[in-house]
Design a protein around this ligand. Sequence first.
Ligand SMILES: Cc1cc2nc3c(=O)[nH]c(=O)nc-3n(C[C@H](O)[C@H](O)[C@H](O)COP(=O)(O)OP(=O)(O)OC[C@H]3O[C@@H](n4cnc5c(N)ncnc54)[C@H](O)[C@@H]3O)c2cc1C
Length: 483
Amino acid sequence: MSDHFDLVVIGAGPGGEKGAAQAAYFGKKVCVIERSPKPGGAAVNTGTIPSKTLRETALYFSGLRQKGLYGVDLRVKRDITISDFMFRERIVVEAAWQLIDENFKRHHVTVVQGSARIVSPKSVEVTRFGQEPRTITAEAILIATGSHPQQPTGIAVDGSIIVDSDSLLMLQKIPGRMIVIGGGVIGCEYACIFAALGVKVTIVNSKSRLLAHLDAEVGEALRNTMTARLDISVHVNVDAKEIAVEDDHARVSLTDDSVLYSDVVLYCAGRIGNTDGLGLDELGIVRNQRGYIQVDKHYCTAVPTIYAAGDVIGFPALASTAMEQARVAVCHAFDLKYKQQVSNVLPYGVWTIPEIATVGEPEDALAARRIPYEVGRSSYRINPRGQILGDTDGFLKLLFSPDDQRVLGVSIVGEGACELIHLAAAVMSFGGTIDYFIQSVFNYPALSDAYKYAAYDGLQALARHRAQIAGLHSTSAPSPVKT
Ligand SMILES: Cc1cc2nc3c(=O)[nH]c(=O)nc-3n(C[C@H](O)[C@H](O)[C@H](O)COP(=O)(O)OP(=O)(O)OC[C@H]3O[C@@H](n4cnc5c(N)ncnc54)[C@H](O)[C@@H]3O)c2cc1C
């Protein structure tokens, strides 16, 4: 086998897989180097797929979805074991491995197992325990090595009492109590999953809001559901000062001098790029203190033949964006007239209970940037599908420009949010206005209809505000329509 390729990809996570397939699709000879025995990276092995599968399992076993429908506890199994909990996760992960292998085979991508280090702008050394190092050369290199959880200071992750989002999946039993340190996406998702299983969960968040990067109303709604429905205790504006293990449990001292005890502490306070040992400094490739590689708009590093995409370049660090960045990177590397940039309309999905999704700007960001906006809201309570599903807390919040009614941002909290958001993303991608929602016919009964009522509500708010500005009483403003 020749060791010269058009493209060498380091890492077989979503970024590496899709970048490799994209180049191979256009006839390039591609090699992927992966140090783990299985492909898929964090998305398949420790992150996206496991956590989303466990969420479905938790909803099923807890009967939570049905509780709102029948008013009774339809818990399927009262004493859930860790193997009950992990059963479907294993099936789904194995299916994902198979799909990636099929994708590589279909595109004739060569997969080499081992740890890669870049030794020159066009060559990579691969080492594997018990084997001689091997040098692979290529016209271009794509770094898609991902990231790993940041470790707590002063105590090691032991996989049983102190865990991170990787070792959490190795737990041998479902704990009675869990402290989650970090109120970001991963912390909130796992807090909801374990609380649904009946674990007494406490979140410790250094910021004043959960999911602080999202619309404040969204974080507030999540917090209300967490506390009222899932019995989660949420501590904000406070950090963990010291984490210690005492016998079979953990003691966590907080900066407000309170002390919490728990069977398991899940530490979710950010991630670090997998760049140590890659040989980047020797090549002059810049990375920041979190290990994230600096790239230009084509995902090219300081070395013209070397690209980087996915978690290893930092924000937004999603499987969805990793794949697109990698496709754009290889198109640029080989001058393929195909995908030139990643869409600037990015949907975000957060698989908490309830589900959350957003696109565009949150309200506080618009306010901070002094961008004029109007708000329209619609509740799942007034939506027949919301009633059928028993999700009457859900809502859709629509932000639009008062001047031309262009959609500026949408946040959805509730069942189906992560799918529903794509409609807003499509309208925003085409520079659409809320008129799209007003003029469109939606299936009935369907949650998508919430867009129409949020748009009506927004028009009413706009009319009220215009009337106020014109010095009229808001009641005399013409009511656009709400039928
Ligand atoms: C708990 C959790 C939940 C998540 N949920 C979501 C979600 O719902 N939606 C979403 O879009 N994203 C989610 N993410 C994020 C998502 O998993 C990542 O954004 C995505 O996996 C990044 O893809 P990547 O290809 O950049 O890196 P990775 O998936 O991390 O893959 C990198 C690969 O490179 C390999 N590698 C590293 N160094 C070397 C080396 N030197 N040599 C050879 N191989 C190497 C690694 O073994 C790994 O297989 C979640 C993450 C976590 C942790």
